[in-house]
Design a protein around this ligand. Structure first.
Ligand SMILES: Nc1ncnc2c1ncn2[C@@H]1O[C@H](COP(=O)(O)OP(=O)(O)OP(=O)(O)O)[C@@H](O)[C@H]1O
Ligand SMILES: [Mg+2]
Length: 241
């Protein structure tokens, strides 16, 4: 695989919600590359287009203009089924508002992507419980989302994003509801996925703890990238360069 085959490439994408007087131009020509082994942080004011950009990067939406290429595969012109196949094989999402299924327990929520790819249920349960344990939630694995705190739900959402071992992790405010030790656990988990395991990690966040750990930072305003800068190396020895 060449480097570009393992990258997530966004070229001049634009996306408008609605039509006519109600039309909102959410993105107006955004280009970026997210590379394996790096934590890319996207910042910007509320309504600037960050979630929309993440949804395009994760093949949840396709752009009106421009191209998104995920590990060498363009998302344009694909059916919903083909887009879902890309998501299931490559992408882990942490949604801004968690999107957990209220009737399923924590571990069942985490195992859901594994069900979708046809993984054996017992193996799925083991993996789900292990991920919850890694995130400090072993004791909540059999609870439903309604019985969990906001921060616990957020960690279940992070565990679910990692369940099917995706190369690309896209996380929308993954620590917003977290403080103290659990926030730190999520920060270190995401950072390790990039630096130790060579995955692509893209975060939308206002959290200074995450900003400090990102390798590169992009600021979006009004549907455009206004600044982009690499940060001084945050990597520790032993991590992938
Ligand atoms: N489904 C939708 N239908 C219509 N307009 C939308 C929709 N989703 C988002 N928008 C609009 O598109 C613009 C970008 O929204 P987006 O959710 O990408 O912003 P954001 O940067 O993630 O904001 P926040 O920080 O508040 O989460 C906003 O003006 C928003 O109101
Ligand atoms: Mg958002």
């Amino acid at each position: 695989m060449s480097a570009s085959d393992r990258s997530l490439v966004v070229e001049d994408v634009a996306l408008t919600y609605g039509r006519g007087e109600a039309a909102t131009l959410a993105l107006r020509g955004v280009s970026l590359v997210a590379r394996p082994g790096e934590v890319l942080l996207i910042r910007g004011p509320s309504g600037s287009g960050k979630t929309t950009l993440l949804q395009l990067m994760g093949a949840l939406k396709t752009p009106d203009r421009g191209r998104v290429t995920i590990c060498g595969a363009p998302t344009s012109g694909l059916s919903q089924k083909q887009l879902q196949a890309i998501r299931l094989s490559r992408i882990g999402f942490v949604f801004q508002f968690f999107n957990l299924f209220p009737t399923l327990t924590a571990w069942e929520n985490v195992a859901l992507p594994l069900d979708l790819v046809g993984r054996d249920r017992r193996a799925g349960e083991r993996r789900a419980r292990q991920l919850l344990d890694d995130l400090g939630l072993a004791h909540r694995a059999d609870h439903r989302p309604g019985q969990l705190s906001g921060g616990q739900r957020q960690r279940v959402a992070v565990a679910r994003a990692l369940a099917h071992d995706p190369l690309i992790i896209l996380a929308d405010e993954p620590t917003a509801a977290l403080d103290g030790a659990s926030g730190q656990t999520v920060v270190e988990t995401l950072r390790g996925l990039a630096h130790r395991e060579g995955r692509i990690v893209v975060l939308v966040s206002h959290d200074q703890r995450l900003a400090d750990k990102a390798d590169r930072e992009i600021t979006v305003e009004d549907g455009r990238i206004v600044t982009e800068h690499a940060k001084p190396s945050t990597k520790l020895s032993g991590e992938i360069a």
